[in-house]
Write a protein that binds this ligand. Structure first.
Ligand code: ADP
Length: 227
């Protein structure tokens, strides 16, 4: 079997407010392999976003280790973590967070240019990705000129623009009607199948979770397999 792209080992994350402490993650372990699409299904407040932020190196845990492609990250500098995140991890959120003044294709080009590609190279890859996601005819439109489902597909294209091995998504279809959500999820599945990308998707949707290869939940701050 191939090496895991993401490993969480004994992750603990506690939020302190004055005297009180809220243990959101407690000894959480999780392993994600290439090509897996895993649904993270748990009630609001259970710690899904916290888990995704820790896994995506946006937040440091209080204890435990996050390994990205086998690399332990706890002792890396913030700059090294940022570089690793930029190359290895893509994010999709409930709201698209596209830059409003840029076109769809420019939004997908930007992370690649920040990563060092020329404008020409970035444009070629952005075009290919948007075309692949059925947005070829929409690439010059700004976010406000796109439907909610189209905006989310652009956000997915942007998230995978630097060809990460891991895609983390926090309620990516939570803001869409069921039909559009299906369409957006199908786009995600296509990418997973074509690229061997591994995805961890926090969702409330049982229908979406049922289509994924694995389902996990959070139980008192620990990750538990659901089936
Ligand atoms: P979910 O994504 O499952 O809804 P979250 O990870 O957003 O859960 O939050 C888990 C718990 O941690 C919630 O009770 C939330 O209020 C709390 N929490 C999240 N972020 C912070 C923070 N920065 N400071 C204090 N408490 C937080």
């Amino acid at each position: 079997m191939s090496e895991p792209v993401l490993q969480l080992k004994g992750i603990t994350r506690t939020y302190r407010q004055g005297e009180s402490a809220l243990a959101v993650l407690s000894e959480a372990d999780f392993v994600l392999f290439p090509g897996q699409s895993v649904a993270l299904v748990a009630p609001s407040g259970a710690g899904k976003s916290t888990l995704l932020h820790v896994a995506g190196l946006l937040e440091r845990p209080d204890a435990g280790e996050v390994l990205i492609n086998g690399v332990a990250t706890s002792r890396l500098s913030d700059d090294a973590r940022t570089a690793l995140r930029r190359n290895a991890i893509g994010f999709v959120y409930q709201f698209h967070h596209l830059l409003p003044e840029f076109s769809a294709i420019e939004n997908v080009m930007l992370p690649q240019m920040i990563g060092g590609l020329s404008r020409h190279q970035a444009r070629a890859r952005a075009h290919e990705l948007l075309d692949y996601l059925g947005l070829g005819a929409r690439e010059k439109h700004r976010p406000a000129e796109l439907s909610g489902g189209e905006q989310q597909r652009v956000a997915i294209a942007r998230a995978v623009a630097n060809a990460p091995g891991i895609l983390l998504a926090d309620e990516p279809t939570g803001n869409l009607d069921p039909h559009t959500a299906d369409h957006v999820f199908a786009a995600l599945e296509t990418l997973v199948e074509a690229t061997g990308l591994a995805t961890l998707v926090a969702t409330h949707s049982q229908a979406l979770a049922a289509k994924m290869t694995r389902r996990v939940t959070l139980d008192d701050g620990a990750v538990r397999e659901m089936d």
